[in-house]
Design a protein. Structure first.
Lengths: 143, 508
């Protein structure tokens, strides 16, 4: 109040707005690229249930708790749940998507290095939520 | 300024009173009681997570119940009632009215909270403060879950009644010589947050009712097995509880607007930009609810809309920070305890907001969502900003309420320990989130980085625990044995109040 001038505040607000626009634009661009699923990605059906993960490959093989994939290939997960909400997460590859009963959510990734990574549930799902874990095993391509 | 009777009165006289200072005192004591109860649960959680494996809490179910009740208690039974206490004490005298507009309604709104708190604590539900279906419908054990639902239902009605009372008191009972633009910013903060409550709460009230009938098995609104959709609940929940974040934070900012000019010995830099930012926040707060739900499988367009809505709230928050700093600039600042808490709160508010921008950016959210990052982020708001603002304000009103001064050295020790503790706990939790540790887990694999960060966080929590003991001793001891305060200027900062009215309690 009083006689002071307000222009520093307007400049400050302008700078904040500009930073937010920049963050928004960068995020929009990055998300657009991330969400583009490459052609020919192999589909893996992921089922979450209290309190373990089941994986079904395109050729029909099923795995529980462990997921074997090949380095350099793109995979598309089709995720759903049979009981309560879960969230399928491979933190090292920033794979995160909720597993929700009655819905199929998709997310894709392409492993770049041979090795083992943790799979975990990131949405509270009850008693053993803390131990609803699995292992992603990335192997050398077979052919 | 005098807010309270200085001679002893029988307790029933306060309990059955409808006068705003008496109801304010009831709110105050009850909310502080729940602060210590909820805080004790937080210490139990941190002790459990100090090392992998079961530590002090034997089983996962107990752990899940503890963090559920911890969150519910501190949000609904500490932060909101504490703000109501401040509003009860200050809003009537700031608008120069003898009491709240509806004194009986005011007392009813207060007395709904203890039974609700009892339901929540006796039930001890386990489905997180978010009560996510279908878990809360098909898996969560009763009667705890049902008691939680009824408890929240009662609390919702209580906050709507309180909000109506504040709105009517400010708009209709203010002194006729006073224009709405002259109402102090603390009262403006209550006007803004009360308007948000009126718009936001009914949605969750409806969702709770649907959750209850779903649990009873007569409906299937959120139960996929009966054709319902759990995501619908998420929308209804966050439509209420994202704006609710502003309901919590706006009064705390209002409290800082009271303290910072007084202890900087300068008028507020821009009164109008404070009002503008409050009103803007309470509108923009409704455009961001689904940023909590990016990972539920939302479309790219939906995510973009809610990201823009979220980022739009940042300039308004930044205006408050600017206003505080510009007020302090060139002021003759006296760092008494309330000022230290407020300035610390502003610093943590800024850190919390910066982390929030990272969450809002869509691709980054997939790294942080449902990890400890989020826990650290929102605790910087609820603890770092809101509790800091509230506790600072408690020190500020203490001499007016008790007529005695708290111990200044103990107040400063309380602040320093809490500030250091808050940084140790919640900054490290951000790092834990980046390492990928999910929230709401009873146990974690023995990954060295996770163990180190959890131990720092647990030590920080113990530091906060120690500071709270100092706080409790100070409050209780000084109420009886503290030095008598000068009601005109207890902090020795000079100057007069712009609302020079004493509370007119007929029992005084």
């Amino acid at each position: 109040m009083g006689g002071h001038s307000n222009w520093p505040e307007w400049i400050y607000v302008g700078v904040v707005v500009a930073i937010m626009c920049w963050v928004g634009a960068e995020a929009w661009e990055a998300e657009r690229l991330v969400e583009h699923v490459p052609e020919g990605a192999e589909i893996i059906k992921v089922t979450g249930q209290q309190w373990f993960w089941t994986f079904e490959h395109e050729d029909g093989t099923k795995e529980i708790g462990e997921l074997h994939v090949e380095k350099g290939k793109a995979y598309k997960f089709e995720i759903h749940s049979t009981d309560v909400n879960h969230s399928f997460n491979i933190h090292d590859y920033v794979v995160l998507m909720d597993a929700i009963p009655g819905r199929v959510n998709t997310v894709w990734f392409a492993p770049t290095d041979v090795g083992e990574h943790d799979i975990q549930c990131r949405e509270y799902c009850g008693l053993i939520h803390y131990n609803m874990r699995g292992t992603l095993i990335v192997e050398e391509p077979k052919s | 300024m005098v807010l309270e009777l200085q001679k002893p009165r029988p307790i029933w006289q306060i309990m059955f009173s409808t006068h705003h200072t008496d109801v304010g005192l009831l709110y105050l004591i009850m909310s502080l009681g729940f602060l210590f109860l909820g805080g004790a649960l937080a210490l139990a959680i941190r002790a459990e997570l100090f090392l992998p494996g079961a530590q002090i809490i034997g089983d996962a179910m107990t752990f899940n119940r503890i963090f559920t009740v911890h969150g519910t208690t501190l949000i609904f039974l500490f932060i909101i009632p504490f703000a109501s206490s401040v509003g009860n004490y200050f809003v009537p005298i700031m608008v120069r009215y003898k009491d709240m507009a509806y004194p009986k309604l005011n007392a009813i709104a207060f007395w709904m909270i203890p039974p609700a708190g009892a339901l929540i604590w006796l039930g001890f539900a386990d489905f997180t403060w978010y009560a996510t279906p279908p878990y809360s419908i098909i898996s969560a054990p009763g009667p705890a879950a049902d008691m939680w639902i009824f408890g929240l239902k009662i609390l919702g009605v209580s906050s709507v009644l309180g909000a109506i009372n504040f709105i009517v008191t400010i708009l209709k009972c203010k002194h006729p010589d006073m224009s709405i633009g002259q109402v102090p910013l603390l009262a403006w903060s209550f006007l803004s947050s009360s308007l948000i409550i009126l718009v936001a709460i009914p949605t969750f009230a409806a969702a709770l009712l649907m959750l209850l009938t779903d649990r009873l098995g007569v409906t299937g609104f959120f139960n996929p097995a009966m054709g319902g959709d759990p995501i619908a609940y998420a929308h209804l929940f966050w439509f209420t509880f994202h704006p609710e974040v502003y309901v919590l934070v706006i009064p705390a900012i209002g409290m800082m607007y009271e303290i910072i000019p007084r202890f900087s010995r300068k008028p507020i830099y821009s009164f109008n930009s404070g009002i503008f930012a409050f009103v803007l926040l309470s509108i923009v707060g409704f455009s961001s609810w689904a940023h909590h739900m990016y990972a539920t499988g939302m479309s790219f367009t939906e995510k973009t809309v809610f990201m823009v809505g979220t980022l739009a709230a940042v300039p308004a928050s930044a205006m408050h920070v600017y206003n505080f700093i510009a007020t302090m600039w060139n002021g003759r600042i006296k760092f008494s305890t309330p000022m230290m808490w407020s300035v610390g709160g502003i610093a943590l508010f800024f850190s919390a907001g910066a982390g929030g921008v990272a969450n809002a950016a869509m691709p980054l959210d997939f790294t942080t969502h449902d990890t400890y990052w989020v826990v650290g982020h929102f605790h910087l708001f609820v603890m770092g900003t809101i509790a800091f603002g509230s506790i600072g304000f408690l020190y500020y009103m203490y001499p007016y309420v008790t007529g005695r001064m708290y111990n200044e050295a103990m107040g400063k020790i309380h602040f320093i320990l809490s500030f250091v503790g808050t940084i140790l706990v919640f900054f490290t939790q951000h790092v834990l989130g980046l390492y990928g540790m999910p929230r709401r887990i009873f146990d974690y694999p023995p990954i060295p980085e996770w163990i180190a960060m959890n131990q720092i966080a647990s030590i920080g929590a113990m530091v906060i625990g120690v500071s709270m003991v100092v706080f409790l001793v100070n409050m209780i001891h000084s109420a009886g044995k503290g030095e008598p305060a000068n009601p005109e200027d207890p902090f020795g900062v000079g100057g007069k109040y712009y609302y020079p009215f004493e509370a007119k309690n007929p029992s005084h």
